[in-house]
Design a protein around this ligand. Sequence first.
Ligand SMILES: [Cu+2]
Length: 488
Amino acid sequence: MSNKLSRRQVLGLGAAAVAAGITLPKKEAEAINHGGSGGAYQPFRGYNPKRGGDRPYWEKSYSGGPVDVKPLPPVLPGKGYKPVVVPNGAALPFKIVDGAKVFHLIAEEVDWAFDSGLRAKCWGYNGRVNGTVIEAVEGERVRIYVTNRLAISTSVHWHGFNLPNGMDGVGALTQPFIKPGETFKYEFTLRQYGTQMFHAHHDEMTQMGMGLIGNFIIHPRNPSPEYHVDRDFSLMISEWDIPAGSSRPNTLEMSDFNILTLNGKVFPSTAPLVCKIGDKVRIRFGNLGAMDHHPMHMHGHHFRVTATDGEDIPLSAQWPETTVLVAVGQSRNVEFIADAPGDWPLHCHMTHHIMNQMGHEFPNMVGVNKEGLDERVRPLLPSYMTMGETGMDMGKMAEVMPYPRNTISMKGAPGPFGDYISMGGLFTIVKVRDQLKSYDEDPGWYKHPAGTVALPATNADLRRDGIDLKALANASAHAEHPDGCYHE
Ligand SMILES: [Cu+2]
């Protein structure tokens, strides 16, 4: 590489390096451009053999290069790759036949428990809703049988894949429908790696909305040292409309989703992400929900956004965040070192997405004195309860309000301090521990070292820091009857 960079090379290597006057030796530049997957098999270098590895970054193949590459031998979990952890789900088993990895997906109706309090008749793959993951390795030949046990035709699209057009799985466009009872065969060579996805591609509104979605993880054949992590989690995000008391998702809903899920579960049924102090952690988010993009927020740590569903982000271009937006149809990998012990929420930051089965039917009562209102309305409407004048105390409301069967409105979870965690939906907990018996066991609530929990201030604290208790008492008396408050 000459000392002067062309404009194209500038785009490829990142303006920051250029601004800093850095020119990279050829080998390093290629390692950055190609995401670190070195070795003999170089799918990203394909397409134009004359240009070889000297091609500027933006001239590489965008479709994985030639389709007729020779497949590489199948790799076993634990040998050639570290399997992903699928909270509340599992990787699909496979067989190896004549050098190909053979999977069998079964699309079927599933009586699915979103939580102990809510079941619904959904559709899923192999007995799970959203939580069946396919896992393979770059260069492998995969043969995926799809059996349709639904009463309606379907097809499976391999989302974000470089593959022959006829394997793309778009019902009626690139293949005939898989009719009820039929088994179809998809077969192609994986010429890429990354967090990809799969989903039904016939009547998507109904079929994806009913649960026919999943993550498809492809590990690199020759991983760079950066690829190694201690914990590698796969999470699929989706959203549902299941009116209280019903047991069928309403896939016609366009905006008012009341069940928001990670791998098909709502908090508190979302399994925690268990980590040891010092673990390098990767979380792969996929979002194949119907309408909403989800800003996924991590407490106590920041992370680097390391990959999109396109490919790895070069090290020099990865950016730090505490919230990553995962739009519909996208995947994002984030990575961090779990170096703070505790119970750290990982959740969507859209506040309506961390509620369970909320409705809009409540009048807004914040700031309204509703004394005696419930008692007067209840003889007419036995289950009537107004929203609290200070908000939604889910614990209190759950106790008082009689719900129809199969309902988790207002459900959260009892927390470690005797209070109720007023969150549900797209919410889980990353549990980071000094000592851990097993990754497979929930280690329970975090035991905080003495003096590290927020608790009521003592009078001695307040006096020491010059906080006037008398003024405080007056202010709280005033807060009970603020100006503008409605009085009968
Ligand atoms: Cu959200």
